[in-house]
Every structure is written in structure tokens, then in C-alpha cells.
Design a protein around this ligand. Structure first.
Ligand SMILES: Nc1ncnc2c1ncn2[C@@H]1O[C@H](COP(=O)(O)OP(=O)(O)O)[C@@H](O)[C@H]1O
Ligand SMILES: [Mg+2]
Length: 269
């Protein structure tokens, strides 16, 4: 199934990805014929069983991994390498421990030789955007997990990427912090209008954040279904308690469950 979006921000066409184990001369097909298009400013989540290729898909889009076949297009142009138009956010914050929050956020700009004053002004603004004002001079170890992930988000936003690729960024956080971060991310999305491609294994998180949720099949991952979450974008936490929200959760749970293959003796050996 190819869903057509004219002028898609991001397009993934006929993507196949294989990991090869040179020593054992074996291959593992992680992604098979993935076709997807994402509009500018859209918030898309990817869910699917563990090992179905969600992270692999993000790395291919980022350009860290090269696909066997298929192509990634941004604004209609093929890309095959990492670039400033995309930023990856991982589950564990990739902060430099010896630098303060401010210096972590300015780091990417310093690498591009942006002048110091300008870099600092930009970083301070982003630190405010992610709700970390007052913690500019703290080092990462002095921050909670949630605050570190906020700093990490500011760091990813510093180079003003057009697409944010997020790989289960809140998975390591406790339930309450996770909810705060979800609210924060919705605000950042509203303010920056970035295109966000978000991997999660939590169904409620996918429904709460997204314009559209894409379900991948079990390995090799391919697009199994996509569901548009037509709930108003102004989503207070209480939106999670509505009947409509629960209907979307049930729908996605069903999609995931029909994914699961029955256990057989041969797969256990
Ligand atoms: N470096 C690698 N070498 C070989 N196989 C890998 C490697 N990384 C991931 N895989 C395999 O590719 C499949 C997809 O992995 P991954 O993208 O991490 O899945 P997910 O993020 O959905 O859990 C898995 O079956 C995994 O075992
Ligand atoms: Mg993963």
C-alpha cells in the first residue's frame, strides 16, 4: 500500500534493509518493502513488535545505515547521508558529561563555527522552549532523567533540523515524568512545527502524540496499517480519558495482536 502525499516532506520508497553477518555469511532482513510519506509538520508514530525494525528504519532515514534497495527523499530530493535537515534523539540522552546544559546545547553550533554570542542566544531560547530555564549552568549528572532528556531535545533542536527522528525517547523515564515530557513535546511541536517521526512501543503514547500512527508487522518490518488520530491537536492530559482515545488504543492493540505469530517448536529451538 502506498499512501500518496503530494509534496511530502519525507518519503520512503521501496525500502529493504538487510544486516549481514560477514563471519557467518548470514543475512537478517530487518525491513521489507517499506513505503511511507510524511507531510511537513506532521507528527507520525511508529509502533510494532520488538525487533520489527523500528530503530533500523530511523537509522536508515538518518543516513547512518544504507538500505539494500529503496530510497529516502526529503522535499523530493534523495538523501543517503546524515545531514543537518535531520536530528536523531535516542532513549538515553547523548549529552557530554563535562559540559554544562548550555554548552551541550551550543556544541553543535560551535562545531559549525557559529559565533559564540549567537550560539548562546539560540541555546538559551531552546533551553526555555524545553522548560529548563534556570539549569543552564548545571552539568548533566546533576539533572534528573527527565531533565537530561529535555536538554537532549534542546541539543537536537539547536541545528534547527526539519525532521526530528525520535527512538523511544521517554522509555527510560518513570510514568509521571514520561507524561510531563509528552506534554512538553506536544508544546515543542506546536511551537516549532517540526516534522516528527517518533518510535514508541507504548500504544497510549502513540495515540496521545500523533496525527497518524503507523503499525509495522513483525520482522521483516513492513507497513501493516496506518491510523489517523482525529482528536483535536490541543490535547490536554485529560484527552487520554475520553472514549474516543480508548477506541484508538483498542484499534491499535488489535492491529498489534493480529501481528503476533503463534509460537512453534521450531522457532523455540
Ligand atoms: N547490528 C545488527 N546486526 C544484525 N542484526 C541486527 C543488528 N541490529 C539489529 N538487528 C536485527 O534487526 C532486527 C530489527 O532490529 P531493530 O531495528 O533494533 O528493531 P526494533 O527497534 O523494532 O526493536 C532485529 O531482529 C535485530 O535482531
Ligand atoms: Mg528499537
Amino acid at each position: 500500500m502506498i499512501y500518496m502525499i503530494p509534496n511530502a516532506k519525507l518519503k520512503i520508497a521501496g525500502l529493504n534493509f538487510e544486516y549481514s553477518d560477514i563471519k557467518n555469511k548470514s543475512h537478517c532482513t530487518a525491513l521489507k518493502n517499506v513505503n511511507l510519506a510524511v507531510s511537513e509538520g506532521e507528527f507520525v508514530s511508529i509502533i510494532g513488535p520488538s525487533g520489527c525494525g523500528k530503530s533500523t528504519l530511523l537509522y536508515v532515514i538518518d543516513g547512518l545505515l544504507k538500505p539494500k534497495n529503496g530510497q529516502i527523499f526529503i522535499d523530493g530530493k534523495p538523501v543517503s547521508r546524515p545531514g543537518r535537515d535531520r536530528a536523531l534523539v535516542f532513549q538515553s540522552p547523548s549529552l557530554l558529561p563535562w559540559r554544562t546544559v548550555l554548552r551541550n546545547v551550543t556544541y553543535g553550533l560551535e562545531m559549525l563555527n557559529v559565533n559564540k554570542k549567537e550560539a548562546e542566544a539560540k541555546a538559551l531560547e531552546l533551553i526555555k522552549t524545553v522548560g529548563l530555564s534556570g539549569f543552564e549552568r548545571y552539568h548533566p549528572h546533576a539533572l534528573s532523567g527527565g531533565m537530561q532528556q529535555r536538554a537532549n531535545l534542546a541539543r537536537a533542536l539547536a541545528l534547527d533540523p526539519e525532521i526530528l527522528l525520535m527512538d523511544e525517547p521517554f522509555a527510560a523515564l518513570d510514568a509521571q515524568t514520561r507524561e510531563e515530557m509528552q506534554l512538553e513535546l506536544l508544546r515543542v511541536h506546536r511551537e516549532t512545527r517540526k516534522t516528527i517521526f517518533f518510535v514508541t512501543h507504548q500504544i497510549d503514547e502513540a495515540v496521545y502524540l500523533s496525527d497518524r500512527v503507523i503499525v509495522l508487522s513483525g520482522r521483516p518490518g513492513t507497513v501493516k496499517s496506518m491510523i489517523w488520530i482525529d482528536i483535536d491537536r490541543a490535547r490536554p492530559m485529560s484527552a487520554k480519558k475520553t472514549a474516543k482515545f480508548h477506541e484508538f488504543e483498542d484499534l491499535l492493540r488489535n492491529e498489534l495482536e493480529t501481528n503476533r505469530e503463534p509460537l512453534t517448536l521450531s522457532s523455540a529451538s
